[in-house]
Design a binder for this molecule. Structure first.
Ligand SMILES: Cc1cc2nc3c(=O)[nH]c(=O)nc-3n(C[C@H](O)[C@H](O)[C@H](O)COP(=O)(O)OP(=O)(O)OC[C@H]3O[C@@H](n4cnc5c(N)ncnc54)[C@H](O)[C@@H]3O)c2cc1C
Length: 388
């Protein structure tokens, strides 16, 4: 894949180049910024064309969002000896790889599993498996066809242990203490100037100064943060389209289990076929067992019912769950969660966005592909471009 980045010459429109061909223009752009801002302390490496942080700078790089993309960037930058400050609005680790606990049940209500094709992610996942934060998921996973057929769907998959957010916790454990995410810290805006950025936080605090800022949040939220300070990046981020997903969580005291552990449901989206995925969460490795299930509504259905009440959504999805699994009993727990920005249905192909002159970048699955490993790759690629 040809990873590209964006830069914005001062006062000019956005230009898009391959990494190799943009070096000269980017250096000119950076030098121009240096003249405008004497505190600017990053420059391009003549060997690699990437941005180098001046070792004399005491300012860390701020990362907004501690999901897989933000943590991947944080790991890469800290491994290069750079300081980072990581902020996340969530109450705990996970992002879209969260795990929900309720009444003794545990649900992976967001990302279900991780695929691994990238060599860098493979090394990380091997480590997570070795230290017990992840495990291969070798369950019986099938595809239910529209005509009632059941087809095997064998792909190498990994899950977090004891829940999907085990992956996130394992990555956090690899960071130096000072770089670990600060939770319940929502960034409202980025202010300042290149080399001297600040974050205005929801709790009224102002964090900074920062040498650079990485925005690692879903694209619509990235647009809000980028617009005032990097409008061209914001405009490009706005070209990505993300769809919502309603997630149904069900816990049964006892149930006759289906013959499969998880199923994709082909042709989902209509009112009479709303669910696109059902997983027996309790059967994933490292779980306590039990009949806990997560089902996801297809994007089309989720868009039509985006503003419905969670109780109404749960009631509307339950019959489809029963029809697909054959489980007819009443659940001991039933709940629905809305992911407003679940998956990119039209991602960018850039890999990441970066304005080297501003020292502002963005990463996430929406820069590449609708899967968790794309978030990891995007964060790592952006960090490589920013960290030399
Ligand atoms: C329902 C669902 C099912 C999925 N299934 C799969 C699957 O089976 N396999 C797969 O590979 N992928 C799956 N995915 C996709 C996968 O979860 C994502 O690709 C991946 O987790 C995205 O990581 P990220 O870091 O880009 O974004 P996120 O995980 O969304 O992280 C962004 C973080 O930014 C924080 N944040 C947002 N705004 C602010 C702010 N202003 N200030 C501070 N913090 C902020 C959020 O709290 C969040 O933690 C699924 C996703 C969903 C929702």
């Amino acid at each position: 894949m040809d990873y590209c980045y964006h830069f914005v010459a001062p006062g000019a429109m956005t230009h898009k180049h391959s990494m190799g061909s943009s070096r000269t223009d980017s250096r000119l752009c950076t030098l121009d910024r240096q003249r405008q801002h004497p505190i600017w302390h990053r420059t391009l490496s003549p060997q690699t064309g990437t941005i180098m942080q001046n070792p004399a700078s005491a300012h860390p790089t701020a990362i907004i969002g501690a999901g897989l993309a933000g943590l991947s960037a944080a790991l890469s930058l800290t491994q290069r000896g750079m300081a980072v400050a990581l902020f996340d609005k969530g109450r705990g680790p996970g992002g879209r790889l969260s795990t929900r606990r309720a009444d003794g049940w545990r649900f992976d209500h967001g990302g279900q599993y991780l695929t691994v094709r990238d060599a860098g992610l493979r090394r990380v996942v091997d480590g997570l498996v070795a230290d017990g934060h992840a495990a291969p998921w070798t369950g019986h996973i099938v595809r239910l066809t529209a005509d009632g057929g059941v087809e095997p769907h064998p792909v190498e998959r990994f899950v977090g242990v004891p829940g999907m957010n085990g992956i996130i916790q394992g990555l956090i454990a690899r960071l130096p203490d000072a770089a670990r995410p600060r939770f319940a810290r929502r960034a409202l805006s980025i202010t300042g100037a290149p080399g001297d950025w600040h974050l205005r936080m929801e709790d009224g605090a102002v964090e900074g100064p920062f040498a650079a800022v990485i925005v690692a949040v879903p694209s619509p939220q990235a647009v809000d943060l980028l617009s005032p300070v990097a409008p061209a990046l914001a405009m490009h981020a706005g070209e990505a389209v993300m769809a919502p997903c309603w997630a149904l969580m069900l816990g049964f005291d006892q149930a006759a289990l289906p013959a499969w552990d998880a199923a994709f449901i082909a042709g989902a989206g209509a009112e009479d076929r709303p669910l696109s995925w059902i997983a027996h969460d309790g059967a994933k490795p490292g779980r306590a067992g039990g009949a806990s299930f997560v089902a996801h509504a297809a994007p089309d259905w989720s868009i039509r019912h985006l503003e419905d009440a969670a109780d109404a959504v749960a009631a509307a999805l339950l019959p489809a769950f029963r029809a697909a699994t054959g489980i007819s009993g009443d659940p001991a727990l039933i709940s629905a969660h809305r992911w407003r920005y679940a998956l990119p249905t039209r991602p960018l192909s850039d890999g990441f966005l970066l304005d080297p002159a501003l020292g502002i970048g963005a990463c996430g699955d929406w820069c590449l592909e609708a899967r968790a490993e794309a978030a990891f790759v995007s964060g790592a690629r952006l960090a490589a471009a920013m960290g030399g």
